[in-house]
Design a protein around this ligand. Sequence first.
Ligand code: ADP
Ligand code: MG
Length: 384
Amino acid sequence: MATAAEVAAQFQELYGYAPHGVWSAPGRVNLIGEYTDFNEGFVLPLALPHTAVAAVSPRTDGILRLHSADLDAPLAELRVDELTPLSDGGWAAYPAGVVWALRAAGHRVTGADLHLASTVPTGAGLSSSAALEVVTALALDDLFRFGLTRPELAVLAQRAENAFVGVPCGVMDQTASACCTDGHALHLDCRDLSLRQVPFDLAAHGLRLLVVDTRVKHALGDGAYAERRVGCEEGARTLGVSHLRDIAYDELPAALDKLRDVKVRRYVRHVVSDDHRVEQVIALLDAGDVRALGPVLTEGHASLRDDLRISCPELDLVVDAANTAGALGARMTGGGFGGSAIVLVEADDTDKVTAAVLAAFAAADFTAPRIFPAVASAGARREI
Ligand code: ADP
Ligand code: MG
């Protein structure tokens, strides 16, 4: 794992001078509330200890140089006034997209040199892309003194991913990376972007949250997100609301009766019930009844598997094997079709549940997953 000082030293070696500063931004896992963000509903992510660390200096000549320690790719050299959305710039599109989004919003970025290294696993549903965007946004905001708030930086980073990279994600990932705080989950209302830090100290309750990265990504996922998004929009239109957020949980049965399309009905049931599960989880956390989160997580998984239909055999196996081995609850997290699951366990059962999941994967002939504890960590910050 590269420390901030190491990344600064790498910058110096690459560019021949010391960086102005070093910043970091974490990946995240979402505790509950999936596919709810673009429906203007609720999510409850927490930041991981895994971070993207970037050493950055400003430039005044319009040149943007980008380098990642984690890839074989050569140094990318671009001009800030020639950045073109959707031009398939590979990994560099993420930081370049942030520069583009800042400039498009009227913030004068006049160039930069950037070198980064990240410990966020890529493509594992843990938002390595948001970490990369947010660390870039925070560094540029600091260096050029734009004075943007964390939620504003998150929205610009999301814009970079939507409009420049071309990935139609919601605002959760970037907001989690920008706004989470140590020891808390982040209750985010995706309608007005209001947020609340919810104390999330599992160790104090003798519990642990495990992340199980299945290391698979199924091609099926590519068009599925957009398809569900369109289905949710259709559901909202049929129900006469701007977004599914406007359907209260106790109105759900009546709403479902009005929907003819079975797929749309399933999507609506997932989104409205998952918004409700976010509220349930927050009430349980506020009441200190943390063990009771388990069944809510497992219900959330069933909804993602059966209603939204974005799970896969590997994710289902994590949930089933963990629960059979005595976990309190488990669910897939993130966009689905691979990526990661989370498992809530008694801390003392960590080894038992981990062994059961590994054994189930071996028996099914699946690639061994990577399993690590998720400790609610700090959001983006300046390191040096
Ligand atoms: P996720 O955000 O779930 O990890 P994405 O597909 O959204 O997955 O983003 C992964 C992409 O982000 C990578 O393919 C790469 O282009 C970029 N990326 C993430 N981390 C790094 C890194 N350390 N160096 C270079 N590019 C990175
Ligand atoms: Mg991503």
